[in-house]
Design a protein around this ligand. Structure first.
Ligand code: HEC
Length: 293
């Protein structure tokens, strides 16, 4: 194999390794960005739930056609008010938010879901299982197909026990609407469910397109060019010249001029090789003169 071929192989290997390392870094960055985005959405959901929970229930005097559900009903001065508890209000908000142009969609779900619309999928079930086993776990995330999935646990607090503790303690409306079987029997600290966020991910083609800009392509082409010119002019051409010079000397042309920089002024290995040949040439000249004598 010529040095040129060897060098091309080493160069390609280097390129592949650097490309690999870069891809790993890019993937980590991609996940970090997606995680930050999902965390912001989850924080928003939790803040909204907390706001509704702080009031106990949100009371409305009109039910929007898409959102006919309510948990409690009160009549006040001839007007009927419908109460929406935190979970219900959050579900209705998520229905609206998931229809908007927002990249993220989300759902509050549980393995023991009271509301059929809150049914968890495979990723969500697995995440709930992980949180139940490891209470210190802050989040679970990963890719499912082309989506990034993120889940954060929701724990049972004392205030939840009224509706998720013993059925006997539950408000009449909860039993009437959801029965006395589903989502009861929890204790403080139990994992009640999760906030689950979905985000679209960029495909590999999209990621590669990041490099499809003139500056990036220009830099890569320039790197190839610099490497090619370096090996060609600094190594290969000079080695070729050295070979022909030495061959000429070997054939008896002892006057062949050797052009190189003095090793005292140069660290270049080829200059050192030239210098060694020059010494050899001079020794041969002396030897020949002695022989002639
Ligand atoms: C006033 C009664 C009430 C209280 C208090 C209450 N919940 Fe609920 N919870 C419900 C009802 C009713 C649903 C079903 C809502 C729906 O139809 O979407 C529900 C649903 C949920 C869900 C969604 C999964 C499912 O079962 O469909 C989670 C998670 C949840 N509650 C957690 C909590 C937590 C945590 C607390 C305490 C911070 C709490 N809840 C307090 C009544 C209550």
């Amino acid at each position: 194999m010529s040095i040129r071929l060897k060098y091309v192989l080493v160069f390609l290997l280097t390129l592949a390794l650097v490309g690999g390392a870069f891809t790993i870094g890019l993937n980590t960055l991609r996940k970090e960005v997606l995680r930050n985005e999902a965390e912001a959405v989850a924080d928003q959901v939790i803040a909204f739930r907390a706001w509704v929970a702080g009031t106990g229930m949100v009371w409305v005097n009109k039910l929007a056609p898409d959102f006919p559900d309510w948990l409690a009903e009160r009549k006040c001065a001839g007007t009927t008010f419908y109460g929406k508890n935190p979970a219900l209000a959050t579900r209705e908000l998520s229905t609206i938010a998931n229809k908007t142009a927002m990249r993220a969609t989300y759902l509050v779900t549980s393995d023991e879901y009271r509301q059929p619309k809150n049914q968890p999928d495979a990723f969500e079930k697995e995440a709930i299982g992980i949180f139940k086993e490891d209470k210190a776990r802050k989040f679970v995330d990963g890719y499912v197909g082309n989506t990034y999935r993120y889940a954060r646990p929701i724990f049972v607090k004392k205030s939840c026990l009224k509706c998720h503790g013993q059925p006997e303690d539950a408000p009449r409306e909860v039993i009437e609407k959801y029965g006395s079987e589903k989502a009861f029997g929890y204790k403080v600290g139990d994992v009640r469910g999760i906030v689950s966020v979905k985000l679209p991910t960029q495909s590999w083609q999209d990621l590669l397109m990041i490099f499809a800009n003139p500056v990036a392509i220009g830099m890569i082409v320039f790197a190839f060019l610099v490497n090619f010119l370096f090996t060609q002019n600094v190594i290969i051409k000079r080695l070729g010249k050295l070979t022909s010079d030495v061959t000429a000397i070997a054939k008896g042309k002892l006057s062949t001029p050797l052009q190189y920089t003095d090793p005292k002024k140069s660290n270049d290995e080829i200059d050192h090789a030239y210098h060694a040949v020059d010494l050899l040439k001079k020794s041969m000249n002396i030897l020949l003169k002695r022989l002639k004598k």
